[in-house]
Design a binder for this molecule. Structure first.
Ligand code: SF4
Length: 688
């Protein structure tokens, strides 16, 4: 039998596990362990194990599609390019916008960033990091000067005490969960705070179940107890931070005593005390968080508060510590690094900085210049502009995103996207968003391309081509280069290979400057910043000083604020959302993987048995979940895993879309929506 094994990186979560794709007769047919990766050491979670299944799904897009009289008609690439180029040339730059993708490679994201700013001349480019970790980028940049996970995944094993808040790590980043278990085997303690009794909670030494939205109160309470008992790291505070007195004055208020925080969060005061003591006295403490922290109207406050706790306890810049923001999608770190954001070029070089702007203008060489040195719209602002001011944005290019299932308040989002005059979607399946497009372009998946992705720990790793794409599908960056060519910019996109694109990225991005494909071929790859070709990469940030102008970490006073929408008489319960281990985001890939879809074929709503009893709802019954945004019919799962007064739905399922219910209220700084807390009511569906 002619089998080939092709080492690649998982296309799902930000952990960045490596495995081998098994190729038979030129087609991907399975996966096997790759033992040499220091990230996952040969192990994979169910999603990674079955990540080969969707690759040859019969539902893959195989040819360009152009909508005529409301129906998609197959087209040639030339027809599609000609139409797109003609349409885009008819709009003013500020009438066009681009959405990039955390699922595609760094090369693809760089190409779209260059296409937006250079070919379309628009400043409006963003991607789904806005919806998951924009508050991490803004919050950590404000306190540390750099908005990324501070430590590495293997490093978690060195910690003596791990505090996870707002992350179901064991289901959403399972191979990071494994590291937590390895640390526990060496004697580390695990403190866990989350509204749901998740698989992560089952492994905790101290579990704190709380009402969604209480994060700042919990973190301030920890600091209150730690400072009150003298467990703070005085030397670290004195030498490496500023603003401590302001922070101390706030957290020492009686408002943040365990008794008062119990009233806000529902966590018993004794448990808060016990957890704060365990953490405050630990020799090293690693804090892990994810979207339970970020997806709030106070997302930036939440993120800053995690960083404050780590500075007050001196848990930064050494092994087993850190603020470990667990990024969601495989390449959400990379998409941000590549400047697929409205305020930065690659490596967080600000677009409003005239020096950076000139650098990119000169490097790219567009004869008619690039987008102005101004910040553009975030995706959440684009949706509001399209909805409230139809005609301001007229055309959009979306690569590998599905906002019609992933945006909050999706009925509102759908109305907004439908207001566009011209929409191009480039993807591997005909997603909910692709269905409303004017032109759909078939792209390649991770198994069909060479490229790189940057995992949550800033590790830049390679994808390697295992098979040809289906039909006439093409590489994402190649499609963008050819559209740009049809618009008259072939010279600026004259790349032959993915490696050519990466070399251009390295040339213009200081933190990637020392990387090349040869260096990234090693099993451990490289962590950024890697400024020179002989630099070993940087697994731990901020070892001596922070990336702020004066090198000091910034502490400040942050008050707890309630979510934008809280329960009332009409909508008496708190609603929160999340994921299951078996599915990924809008299900584009996992619902086309037979094994994963078989395990969990549809969505549900979790209801505490006490609430279910009051509502007369039994396990397995269909109910109507209603918020001020919309309603969804969904099956009730009555379980003590969710606390009384709180209800939970996974958001993967188009037939019962949780995001029809979620609140699109935004964090004022990062513009991230409040997916994790709004008010809901439940109605029993009466038999006819
Ligand atoms: Fe893939 Fe994440 Fe699972 Fe690793 S933990 S196999 S990266 S989904």
């Amino acid at each position: 039998m002619d089998l080939k094994f092709v080492q690649t990186t998982c296309p799902y979560c930000g952990t960045g596990c490596t495995f081998n794709l098994v190729v038979k007769d030129g087609k991907v047919v399975g996966s096997t362990a790759y033992q040499r990766s220091p990230v996952n050491m040969g192990k994979t979670c169910p999603k990674g194990t079955y990540a080969y299944e969707f690759v040859n799904s019969p539902k893959r897009l195989t040819t360009p599609l152009i909508k005529k009289d409301g129906e998609f008609v197959e087209a040639t690439w030339d027809e599609a390019y000609k139409l797109i180029a003609e349409k885009f040339k008819g709009y003013k730059a500020e009438e066009m916008a681009c959405l990039s993708s955390a699922r595609t490679s760094n090369e693809d994201n760089y190409a779209l960033m260059k296409f937006a700013r250079g070919a379309l001349k628009t400043k409006h480019i963003d991607h789904c990091a806005r919806l998951c970790h924009s508050s991490t980028v803004a919050g950590l940049a404000a306190v540390f000067g750099s908005g990324a996970m501070t430590n590495s995944i293997p490093d978690i094993e060195e910690s003596k005490c791990i505090f996870i808040i707002g992350s179901n790590t064991f289901e959403q980043h399972p191979l990071i969960g494994r590291r937590v278990m390895m640390a526990k085997k060496k004697g580390a303690k695990l403190i866990y705070a989350d509204p749901r009794y998740t698989p992560t909670a089952k492994q905790a030494d101290i579990y704190m179940q709380f009402k969604s939205g209480g994060d700042v109160a919990i973190l301030n309470c920890f600091m209150h107890e730690i400072i009150k008992n003298g467990w703070e790291d005085k030397e670290f505070i004195a030498n490496r931070t500023k603003g401590y007195e302001e922070l101390k004055a706030l957290v020492m208020k009686d408002d943040y005593s365990p008794e008062n925080v119990e009233k806000i969060t529902g966590i018993p005061a004794a448990t808060l005390r016990e957890a704060a003591e365990l953490y405050g006295k630990a020799e090293s403490g690693a804090l892990l968080y994810s979207m339970g922290i970020t997806q709030h109207t106070v997302g930036v406050d939440n993120v800053k508060s995690t960083a404050h706790l780590q500075m007050v306890t001196g848990n930064l810049g050494r092994p087993g510590t850190g603020v470990n923001a667990l990024r969601g999608q495989n390449n959400v770190q990379g998409a941000c690094d590549m400047g697929a954001l409205p305020v930065v070029f690659t490596g967080y070089q600000k677009v409003i900085d005239p020096v950076a702007h000139k650098k990119f203008e000169d490097a790219w060489g567009f004869p008619d210049g690039i987008a102005p040195a101004e910040n553009g719209y975030e995706v959440t602002t684009m949706v509001n502009v399209m909805s409230d001011n139809p005609g301001e944005l007229k055309a959009m290019y979306i690569m590998g995103e599905n906002p019609l299932l992933s945006d909050p308040n999706i009925d509102h989002a759908k109305h907004a996207f439908e207001s566009l005059e011209f929409l191009v979607v480039q993807d591997i399946f005909l997603t909910e968003t692709a269905q409303i497009a004017d032109v759909v372009l078939p792209a390649t998946c991770y198994a069909e391309k060479d490229g790189t992705q940057t995992s949550t720990e800033r590790r830049v790793q390679k994808w390697r081509k295992a098979q040809d794409p289906p039909g006439v599908a093409k590489l994402d960056w190649k499609i963008l280069a050819e559209v740009a060519g049809a618009m008259g910019y072939a010279d600026q996109f004259a790349w032959e290979t993915s490696e050519d694109v990466f070399n251009e990225i390295a040339a213009v991005t200081p933190s990637y400057h020392g990387m090349n494909y040869e260096r990234l071929d090693k099993p451990e790859a490289l962590h950024w910043p890697c400024p020179e070709v002989d630099h070993p990469g940087t697994p731990i940030l901020h070892t001596q000083k922070f990336a702020t102008a004066d090198g000091l970490g910034v502490l400040s006073a942050i008050e707890w604020k309630a979510p934008a929408e809280v329960p009332d008489e009409e909508y008496p319960y708190i609603f929160t959302t999340g994921r299951t281990i078996w599915h990924w985001h809008t299900g584009t890939m996992t619902r086309n993987s037979p094994t994963l879809d078989h395990e969990v074929p549809t969505g549900w709503i979790e209801i505490n048995p006490d609430d279910a009893k009051e509502l007369g709802i039994a396990y397995g019954e269909k109910v109507r979940a209603i918020t001020r945004r919309g309603e969804v019919e969904v099956t009730a799962k009555v379980t003590r895993d969710i606390m009384k007064g709180v209800m939970f739905m996974p958001f993967h399922f188009a037939e019962c879309p949780a995001n029809r219910l979620t609140n699109d209220a935004l964090d004022p700084v990062s513009k991230i929506p409040e997916y994790k807390a709004c008010a809901i009511k439940i109605e029993k569906i009466q038999e006819a």
